[in-house]
Design a protein around this ligand. Structure first.
Ligand SMILES: [Zn+2]
Length: 159
């Protein structure tokens, strides 16, 4: 199926579907293609406007500004990051939390998970501690509802 945009001798424009161009030629020759406005069989293919999508067909009077306007070339880009004031405040806050925890709790290193569990079970006197735990240990502590707080690590503090 092809859609032809047609116009009669009186310039009534209309569109009509045909099986193929031969079907159009045959129907037109037989006088079967008629103008829906005036009924004239004297119709011909109108010039097709470029397909711009439904409802975007350009009017004859509209200047072709969209076609003429060159698209500005994007300057070569490179990955960059700009920390907003908010992010800098957040980093300062994270540092403050870490400093507070480190100043007010005992560093127990990799014994953290074991000690936290012993305290939770009352085998050790509860006190504030901080240290390192691997992902499995953290998951196990959380599953046992032992309250822990992961301390955020800032990118420039990793060693
Ligand atoms: Zn007509």
């Amino acid at each position: 199926m092809i859609l032809y945009r047609l116009a009669c001798a009186r310039e009534h424009a209309f569109e009509s579907w045909f099986r193929d161009s031969a079907a159009y030629d045959g129907q037109r020759a037989a006088g079967l293609v008629t103008c829906p406005v005036c009924g004239s069989p004297d119709v011909d293919k109108a010039l097709m406007a470029p397909a711009l999508g439904r409802g975007a067909r350009r009017q004859e009077t509209e200047p072709a500004a969209a076609e003429a306007a060159p698209v500005p070339a994007a300057p070569a880009s490179r990955p960059v990051a700009l920390m907003s004031e908010k992010e800098q405040q957040l980093r300062a806050m994270i540092r403050a939390v870490r400093a507070h925890v480190e100043a007010n709790s005992d560093y127990v290193g990799e014994d953290f998970a074991t000690l936290a569990r012993r305290m939770h079970e009352g085998e050790e006197e509860a006190r504030a501690i901080h240290g390192e735990a691997n992902a499995d240990e953290v998951r196990a502590l959380i599953e046992d509802e032992i309250e822990i707080l992961p301390l955020p690590v800032l990118p420039d503090e990793r060693n």
